[in-house]
Ligand binder design. Sequence first.
Ligand code: PLP
Length: 360
Amino acid sequence: MNRVYNFAPGPSMLPEAALRRAAEEMLSYNGSGMSVMEMSHRSKAYQDIFDETEATLRALMHIPDSYSVLFLQGGATGQFAAIPLNLLSEGGSADYVDSGNFAHGALVEAKKYGDVRCVASSREENYIRIPELDPATFNPKADYFYITTNNTIFGTRYPELPQTGDVPLVADMSSNILSEVYDITRFGVAYAGAQKNIGPAGLTIVIVRKDLLGRARTACPKVFDWTVMTDKGSMLNTPPTFAIYMAGLCMKWLKDQGGVEAIEKVNIEKAKLLYDVLDDSKFYRAAVLPRYRSRMNVTFTTPSPDQDAAFVKAAAAEGMVSLKGHRLVGGIRASIYNAMPVEGVKKLAEFMKKFEVENK
Ligand SMILES: *Cc1c(COP(=O)(O)O)cnc(C)c1O
């Protein structure tokens, strides 16, 4: 069986070891005579899977007990609403940085619930960089300050986190969680849809500092209420059982790779392989300024949209798929999350050089 190198932005490639393990356990998990999909979420066998997944995530990200870890549904997009519903007080306000399409979506959604201010935006520049941030413009009384650590569509990443003082930093980490070391204690809330760098779709992980619980509005749906979900161990209702199990297998794989500290080095190396080709080339153009370049989503163009399309097609013929850029930016995007092996990135780098020679 031939597996392709899948450069999709999400859902994206998963570690082969995790897929194999799931396949082995598909018909009968640990002698239970049933798959994890068929198991009651209230069973001891499932609770063990759940607890181990949470423990592995806590170990990988060094999450202290002062933070609650939630396994929810509704995607990152659900959290766009859940964040103001849990944190924005009546008459309070929040600061947002508009660094990409998902950041913009979060801002627009939050505006439904109160006084939400955009402190900086790179929208006018089609998000080719993270906007400059001036702490003097931040509201020191804001309920929270919102950022998107990695902008999946445009391929940008915060080179450093903003200093927000006592204002809790809330971060959408959907496309770079577990890819590099973050000091979790810098954040009030960090959250991510699972389908980019955690596991399969259907699961959303929310990590919230416990002192921020208890602030949800009365109108907050209980499935989105972080306090209720903390009290219920994420099982107010049926959680996405199989997605949590798969995420756990992917996290175990990451632990076997040496954890986040080790994979960060690999991720830097992988990204450099592609950016070096782009910087040495007069044919390709990297979309993003070097300082803001993502290590997870590498965006670039050839001299023409026709050649972009030819590139995507020719790469697919060689087993490198899903390289088409997002419709908002066009061009080419190589998403190289944790599960993308170095060999896949090397193969793409070689292909890029060959395509340039043949097409310039
Ligand atoms: C994919 C993505 C989202 C949207 O995630 P869903 O789980 O589909 O709602 C939000 N933010 C970022 C940074 C993303 O990459």
